[in-house]
Design a protein around this ligand. Sequence first.
Ligand SMILES: [Mg+2]
Length: 214
Amino acid sequence: MRPDLAHVTTWLFDLDHTLYPFEANVMSLVEKRMSAFVARETGLPPEEAFQLQKRYLNEHGTTLAGLMKHHNVEPRRFLDEVHDVPLDDLHADHELNALITALPGRKIVFTNGDEKHAVRLLNKLEMDSLFDGLFHLEHANYVPKPNLVTFELMMAAHLVSPRDTAFFEDSPRNLKPAHGLGMTTVLVGPHAAGNLDGFVDHRSPSLKAFLQSI
Ligand SMILES: [Mg+2]
């Protein structure tokens, strides 16, 4: 059955692992740099530092949010260090870019990454002129999705009416507040087919596969 998206006038996209595939070796490199940062900052051995990194991610939305709250970490220092990774594995997908361009309405990127990271990746993906708006971590005062306050800030900044919006994400928990606000939620990624969350409206192995199907 084809998803009914006739009502959608705003197309909202997460960035990492949504606008490019899981296989691109970018976030795994970022995570390694995060692990090193957490170990150095806390003095914990690598294994315990990794557990703490994941705990902060789960409890605070990002590792950074936990480090800011519990270790008084200055966000700029963390972000500049962890995102300093090569983008050799990241390539423009011109077919995907054409599919996004063809969507009727506004297109906005809504990311937990900072501006520098987002702009760098969008340039590498040749997506820098594809979107009408970018809402990044600095806009959110470093408070990440899935915090509802951040959704409200993003909607106010871009005059987004949630009932007319489809939101694409690889992270299920970020779709929960979106669904509560009335957005149409689309989970993308290799894990999507196995997802059972009631707040997920549509599932697809990738953004490209989904856009090809509508
Ligand atoms: Mg993501």
